[in-house]
Design a binder for this molecule. Sequence first.
Ligand code: NAD
Length: 401
Amino acid sequence: MREQYEHETQYHVNIEYETRSHYDKITGIDLPKLLVFKCSVSDTLHIDLGERSYPIRFVADLPKALATAGLAPGGRKGSDVLLTDAVLQASQVALLDAVFAGVPRLVLPAGEKTKTLEFFGRVLDFLAAQGIARGGVLWVVGGGVMGDLGGFAAASYLRGISHVQIPTTLLAMVDSSIGGKTGVNLSAGKNLVGAFHHPRAVFICPQFLNTLPPREFAAGMAEVIKYGLLGDAALFAQLENHVLQPDSRDMLPIIRRCCELKAEIVQADERETAAVGGRALLNLGHTFGHAIEQATNFTAYLHGEAVAVGLAGAARLSARLGLLGPADVQRVDQVVKAHSLPARLRTPLPTAALMAAMQHDKKVRAGKLRFVVLPRLGEAATRDEVDPTLVEAVWRELGAT
Ligand code: NAD
């Protein structure tokens, strides 16, 4: 019975997965053929941005997928270099050695402290020392830190070379590796210098999640929950019904769904210039989240954890604006908590400090705070000119003093 159930579930996942892909026009093929077909073709989502278009490939076997795509890195001098961090170098050494044999490798310290101008300079120097020319490729294997740093180096070196993103955290798979935002932090604030520079391709291999620490996985789940809230009520309901784990059968289809949602938004508003809505919707929960990160000096919360509290804040603000009801707010809190994330501040922070930190957000326009709110669960909108007293009240609900 259990076996049959698993069998059917697998079929369901595969069919669901296929119908969402660009093979969905295939009809009239019996099930076994469809499954055989799926096994022989790696699934791809195309980001359509004219001459800056690129594929996101969802792969089970990274070396094979790179070879099939005709993109396997070579050891020829000046053609390819690899950028990764020390944690990945230790935890994924076999895979890195298999894929990048003979490719010069720059291994940098792991973590946000590496996303600086100093390390940006180190990557540029390494590219130059390896004689990388215009046709060279920078391979970036890592989470959002390596992705943002490497992407910015690729944008700047020789005024732009190609890079390929191989994201290894859940956050990077569903968010930072797609969309072309690259950059580093300044002491004045996060992501204050950077460039739009899209990768040549993104390869998403969920196998990397097997070594990701649970806390980092949970942090990535904040972005997954965000996508459900801002654009897919069915995804949100799915997360309510099943707590997602790295080895969940739904993992790959859900990562893919998040990428689709991000792709749709980025394609419509590549440089975040839309007057309302647009790419800014991806900041759901982030105005609150960034303020928490800043007020705690980026030490107490992972980015995703701060965003999780921010999602609870966005839901409460939406309720105070008459958009959501109390039951909706509770649903948001429950999904956040079920995925091992905080829905309130862990320790109280002063409301005044959080309000001041919000004023430093890059999204502030002419001194006015701009929020992403939820007209309903599964739909987001931007809202300017929000009364600050409402925001203060939300902070207090979240545990601020
Ligand atoms: P991260 O890159 O620091 O990775 C988190 C930790 O997990 C690191 O210690 C890393 O070494 C380790 N790690 C990564 N993959 C692993 C694996 N498979 N197994 C074991 N350990 C692994 O952090 P992150 O959460 O991936 O990214 C955060 C960064 O992303 C922030 O700097 C943020 O600003 C940026 N970001 C950028 C965008 C964008 O659009 N460019 C979007 C969202 C976030």
